[in-house]
Design a protein around this ligand. Structure first.
Ligand code: AHM
Ligand code: MG
Length: 339
């Protein structure tokens, strides 16, 4: 029997807005903009291979990484979904070196948007889940004028909305506006995101650990010991199961739902870590905390790290609260509190 009590993302957002009488509706509209961009990108991802959008775009991005055609398409889709709306004053993307100003013909708005248009690019051509991550802040600069880089360089604790979309076996959008974490699944038969996972809570202690263990020889002794402990090598427990996809959004989502810890430590090849603070780690940290989990750079809460550059990297340990605390304790005891 089909379920007739369909709650679309639009309905959910409207109902949330009614709980906050002072709301202007602008945040709700930002979420609709994201949902629209997600549907368009999902359409591209689903047709990848059928039309000529797989493979390299034959250009590198600001990180020196080879861009895929889908990276470029996703980046353009998000920019075009927001630039004309009068809701954002400035944007920043993993795929662009500098800030993305609002074109002169459009009104700059009250919010700023940071995004990773297509995370897990190395998985695009092999049909493995990839995702989009987004983070929204209120602007700091005076309203009416152009947005500035300072508007973008805010700690994660100042986020007003953060979320991600996974293009996997289904397309799922998960977001928080500081009032719990909610998950929506795109129903392709009606073209709408439907609320299927309200109030997501993550287990305090997880089943999984997720890390690229090929980096083991380049980690500090603290991270080697922490991962050995998670595996149960030192006899302190039964050991956890390892799951690593190599797409942050998908690894994070699995651990959010099933419980677990994801680690991307600094190593001798990437002394600051690999993942980017503003549009990868901070939004996922906001979601983790809202779901009852935690996120740290090994010593500090990710949400308290003050960014100084747009593409700043950070080590990341994120997921179930007790697991994150365990890793943090072993790392600080072994490597020292300030190493
Ligand atoms: P990307 O933004 O260029 O796709 O890189 C980020 C990705 C994450 O999705 C993932 O967690 C990590 O890089 C995987 O890195 P590695 O291949 O070193 O394990
Ligand atoms: Mg990325």
């Amino acid at each position: 029997m089909p379920d007739h009590r369909v709650v679309t993302i639009e309905r959910f957002i409207v109902e949330q807005e009614r709980l906050h009488p002072a709301a202007t509706g602008e945040l709700s509209n930002l979420l609709y903009d994201i949902a629209l961009a997600a549907k368009i990108i999902s359409g591209y991802v689903r047709r990848a291979g059928l039309v000529d959008i797989l493979g390299s775009a034959r250009q590198t991005n600001v990180q020196g990484e080879m861009q895929q055609k889908l990276d470029v398409l996703a980046n353009e889709t998000i920019k075009h979904a927001f630039e004309h709306t009068g809701r954002v004053c400035v944007m920043a993307s993993e795929e662009e070196e500098g800030l993305i100003p609002t074109p002169a013909q459009f009104q700059p708005g009250k919010y700023v948007l940071l995004f990773d248009p297509l995370d897990g690019s190395s998985n695009i051509d092999v049909n493995v889940s990839i995702g989009t991550i987004f983070s929204i802040h209120r602007r700091l600069s005076p309203e009416g004028g152009p947005g500035t880089v300072q508007d973008l360089l805010q700690p994660g604790s100042k986020q007003v909305v953060a979320g991600y979309i996974i293009y996997g076996s289904s397309t799922i959008m998960v977001y928080t506006s500081g009032d719990g974490v909610h998950g929506f699944t795109l129903d392709p038969t009606i073209g709408e995101f439907r609320l299927l996972s309200p109030e997501i809570r993550t287990p305090a202690c997880g089943r999984y650990y997720s890390v690229n263990e090929s980096n083991y020889p380049r980690w500090t002794p603290g991270y080697r010991k922490a991962v050995s402990t998670l595996k149960g090598v030192d006899g302190t427990g039964p050991g956890r199961n390892c799951r690593y996809i190599g797409s942050l959004v998908a690894d994070f989502h699995r651990n959010l739902v099933a419980g677990g810890v994801f680690l991307y430590p600094a190593d001798t090849k990437s002394p600051q870590g690999k993942l980017r603070l503003l549009y990868e780690c901070a939004p996922l940290a906001f979601i983790a905390e809202q779901a009852g989990g935690a996120a740290t750079d090994g010593r500090r809460r990710i949400l308290e790290v003050g960014p100084t550059t747009l593409h700043q990297r950070t080590p990341l340990v994120i997921g179930s609260k007790e697991d994150v605390a365990l890793v943090e304790r072993i790392v600080t005891e072994t490597d020292g509190a300030t190493a």
